[in-house]
Design a protein around this ligand. Structure first.
Ligand SMILES: CC(C)(COP(=O)(O)OP(=O)(O)OC[C@H]1O[C@@H](n2cnc3c(N)ncnc32)[C@H](O)[C@@H]1OP(=O)(O)O)[C@@H](O)C(=O)NCCC(=O)NCCS
Length: 151
């Protein structure tokens, strides 16, 4: 897609692909086509989740949850933090359903990508998942996966 081929988004996406002891990315493939991704970075105090996407035609089939399971397992005993556009209500609700809450201790900020018109800024917020909820959600995802295998 054109929107993913601008130099800035390419730079951002390739930075997600750098694997190290403090950063992991998982990619989902269907018929050898890339259909999903998730990146988690250990920032010391907490882990940062980003690059979480599933191809629109394959959403709501459990691919996101499977990817999230890997990221939660990596975060283990740390809080997970993420930022997203304040207008992305669908995903905010989805995260809330998973136990994330809006982090009011962190200020909102306004994102601007260089390819956007100069005056355009999009409001972003932070959400967090406390460490005990990370473990709880991971347990739920694993249980659900085991049930699906049994079916
Ligand atoms: C967020 C995203 C990666 C989730 O991927 P997905 O494959 O659709 O997720 P799953 O099918 O595993 O669903 C995960 C949970 O969210 C729920 N869910 C998914 N889409 C939903 C929607 N549109 N509305 C309400 N709930 C939704 C599912 O029901 C499931 O919950 P459940 O286990 O209780 O049933 C995907 O929606 C996406 O790519 N969104 C656009 C990009 C984006 O906003 N990324 C986040 C930026 S931080």
């Amino acid at each position: 897609m054109e929107v993913f081929s601008t130099p800035d988004t390419q730079k951002y996406l390739s930075s997600n692909l750098k694997q190290s002891s403090s950063q992991r990315t998982w990619l989902a493939f269907s018929d050898s086509k890339l259909v999903g991704s998730i990146t988690i970075t250990d920032k010391g105090e907490e882990c940062e989740l980003r690059g979480f996407y599933v191809y629109v035609n394959l959403q709501r089939r459990g691919i996101g949850k499977k990817l999230l399971g890997y990221a939660l397992d990596f975060a283990k005993a740390k809080n997970i933090s993420l930022d997203l556009y304040a207008h992305n209500h669908k995903t905010i609700n989805l995260y809330k359903k998973c136990g994330f809450e809006i982090d009011k201790q962190k200020d909102v900020f306004y994102r601007h990508w260089p390819e956007w018109p100069e005056s355009l800024r999009a409001k972003c917020i932070y959400m967090k998942l406390e460490a005990d909820k990370v473990r709880e959600l991971l347990k739920k995802i694993r249980l659900n996966e085991a049930e699906n295998i049994r079916k």
